[in-house]
Structures are given as C-alpha cells and as structure tokens.
Write a protein that binds this ligand. Structure first.
Ligand SMILES: Nc1ncnc2c1ncn2[C@@H]1O[C@H](COP(=O)(O)OP(=O)(O)O)[C@@H](O)[C@H]1O
Ligand SMILES: [Mg+2]
Length: 205
C-alpha cells in the first residue's frame, strides 16, 4: 500500500483552521481516502495531558523554554504513536497546527532563539516534514473578531495583541523560507473562497 500524505494547517486563532479541516476531511473522504484528524498540542492520550498543562491559566509563571519543550514532547508522542503509523497504513493525516506554530508562537510570540527551535525540530523530526502546510493568514483584528463569542481564553490566548502580531509575522516568515511546502492563503476571504483555494492545492497533492 502507498504511504499516506501528511497535511498541516496553521495560523492565528480565528483564521478558520477548524472550519477548513471539516471541509478537507469530507473532501478527502469523498475521494475514498481514509483521513486521521488530529491537533497540536495534543492528539494522543499523553499529548492531551500535556496540552492541559500548557494551556492551564494557573501556570502563569511557566518559563518559555518549558513551554517550547512541552510542545515538542507532545509533538514527539504524536509523530511516533499516531502520525507515522497512520501514514504507513496508507491513511492521510491532517493536523490542526504543527511545528510551524512553535516557530511562530515560541519563536515569534515569545521571541525564543529560532536556532534552538530548529535543533529541537531536527531532534524530534529528523527529516520528517508535512507534505503540505496550509497557512491561513488573517489580521489579528479579524481573527480576534471571529472568536469573540468563544468562552474563556486559555493561557496563550490571554496574551497581548503585540504577541499575536509577532506570531502572525513569524508564520509569514516561515512561509517565505519554505514556499514549496507552506502555502500562504489569504483567509480574510469568504469561507467558500478559502475552501476553493484549498481544494486546488489538495488536487495537486
Ligand atoms: N473565511 C471566513 N470568513 C468569515 N468567517 C469565518 C471564516 N472562516 C471561519 N470563520 C468563522 O470564524 C470563526 C472561527 O473559525 P475557526 O474555524 O474556529 O478558526 P480557528 O480554528 O482557526 O480558530 C467560526 O465562527 C467560523 O465560522
Ligand atoms: Mg480551531
């Protein structure tokens, strides 16, 4: 059996990731492709426990390096115990966030040294990378407006506006570094327009 494809979707909160993952899963399903949907941080039993540590609003004093290491611990668990086995089974995997988010949030947002993040990426992933990354780009204003109705914010969502501006820039920088893999999509367009762009990218994959 052929190896499946690994797709990641990223961008600030409110960019439309969950909305478009719903579309991607049903699109691939219609093509007869078996899809595993997952998310970061989390996606495995242990990973979801790490997620609650990361997003706990009571952990205000968490050191930025600890945050980064926990992200990569959750990611290691996800790659080894879920993503690689699924791909080997011929399934496709779609992840809501992946390593680009560590560069954007911990690198951009928290201003950690990018070379250190690269070292962790090499350690945990070796040469393993997504086949396609959809980067949904919207202004911080639009993103925040779309999620206004959500319940309480988690520890990272509580950050200040300037933090999210740095996150957005961090994502854009990543897409410039890896234009073949990371497709920057203007997610301020309508849901249908974004969906059409994603559909044509999936077709070429
Ligand atoms: N392109 C879009 N235009 C307008 N509203 C959108 C668009 N994409 C998503 N939304 C809406 O914005 C909100 C946040 O979308 P969601 O998919 O949950 O974003 P994310 O998962 O990136 O945080 C939802 O109410 C969704 O219906
Ligand atoms: Mg979401």
């Amino acid at each position: 059996m052929n190896k499946g494809k690994f797709i990641t979707i990223d961008g600030v909160e409110g960019a439309g990731k969950s909305t478009q993952i719903d579309f991607i899963c049903s699109y691939l399903h219609r093509k007869g492709i078996e899809v595993v949907r997952t998310r970061e941080p989390g996606g495995t039993d242990l990973g979801e426990k790490i997620r609650s540590l990361l997003l706990d609003v009571d952990s205000k004093e968490m050191h930025s390096d600890t945050e980064l290491l926990l992200m990569f611990s959750s990611r290691n668990e996800l790659i080894q115990n879920k993503i690689i086995p699924a791909l080997n089974d011929g399934k496709w995997v779609i992840s809501d966030r992946f390593t680009d988010a560590s560069f954007a949030y911990q690198g951009g947002g928290r201003m950690l040294n990018l070379d250190r993040i690269t070292k962790l990426e090499e350690w945990v992933q070796g040469t393993f990378q997504p086949d396609l990354t959809l980067l949904l780009d919207v202004s911080v204003d639009i993103g925040m407006k779309r999620i206004e109705v959500r319940k309480e914010k988690d520890r990272i969502e509580k950050e200040e506006r300037a933090f999210f501006e740095r996150v957005r820039s961090g994502f854009i920088e990543r897409s410039k570094l890896y234009p073949e893999r990371i497709k920057l999509i203007d997610a301020s367009r309508s849901i249908d327009e974004v969906q059409n762009q994603i559909q044509s990218l999936l077709e070429s994959l």
